[in-house]
Ligand binder design. Structure first.
Ligand code: PEP
Length: 257
């Protein structure tokens, strides 16, 4: 079964409410025009409800940028999986490099979040990827192996098959520097071998692996033309409807859809 490409926006801590709604409307139109690509938008948590309303009646999936691992309780400032689901989210970004490196989230917390997401029917987008110094030290595979194996630890096969993994080399996020298609493909193929080791070949061929890190209209085609790159997680270039629409169009063309 071919993997349906999945291209998802991460608006991070950007937009006003009005900007988020306008972006959602434009992105929802793009999603409707390109049904062969699954399109998602992860707005700031405070605008999820407004974005979900704007995306209503469109195929645009709405997601959270993060969540806590517990369903409720005394965790001031956190948002729970059931709350995201209640707001209409279908997916949630977990283990984003900014969560790992700015907020020091450890592997075991991220793994608990992944399991908590599945408990409420949210698809986790598990972000994995190495720092620049780790790449330079030849440790890319070691780091990616650790992120993937710990992130999926304990997940039954039926859940792991539905997880989305985003390979996001940290040195390429928000820097304008993109991994070359060869560099990205190499790591994506490595992630598939890991999935085969952890589960089986069939599951390894089922899981969608996005690339993230300064994806823009000018590089989306070459990245998505690679066989193991099933989509993209897009930050900066998703903040303008036109550039995100161009990325979707390039991705669809690269996959010959
Ligand atoms: C991201 O936030 O996940 C990301 C990849 O950002 P950017 O596209 O801006 O590098």
């Amino acid at each position: 079964m071919p993997r349906k490409p999945f291209i998802c926006c991460n608006w991070k801590m950007n937009t006003t409410r009005a900007e988020a709604v306008a972006l959602a409307e434009g992105t929802a139109r793009t999603a409707a025009e390109t049904p062969a690509v699954e399109v998602g938008a992860c707005p700031p948590a405070c605008y999820i409800e407004a974005v979900a309303a704007a995306a209503n009646d469109s195929p645009l999936l709405v997601g959270g940028q993060n969540m806590y691992a517990e369903a409720k309780g005394a965790f001031t400032g956190e948002i729970a999986g059931p709350m995201l689901a209640d707001l209409g989210c279908a997916c949630v970004i977990l283990g984003h490099s900014e969560r790992r490196h700015v907020f020091d989230e450890p592997d075991d917390l991220i793994a608990r979040k992944v399991r908590a997401a599945f408990e409420v029917g949210l698809t986790p987008i598990l972000c994995v990827g190495e720092l620049l110094q780790e790449r330079k030290a030849g440790r890319t595979e070691t780091i990616v192996r650790r992120h993937v194996t710990s992130g999926l630890e304990g997940l039954p096969k039926d859940q792991a098959a539905r997880a989305v993994i985003a390979y996001e080399p940290v040195w390429a996020i928000g820097t304008g520097e993109t991994a070359t298609p060869d560099q990205a493909q190499e790591v994506h193929a490595f992630i598939r071998t890991l999935l085969e080791e952890m589960y089986d070949a069939r599951l390894a061929q089922t899981v969608r692996i996005q690339y993230g890190g300064s994806v823009k209209p000018g590089n989306a085609h070459d990245l998505l033309a690679r066989p193991d790159i099933d989509g993209a997680l897009v930050g900066g270039a998703s903040l303008k409807v036109d550039s995100f629409r161009a990325i979707i169009a390039e991705g669809a063309e690269a996959k010959e859809l």
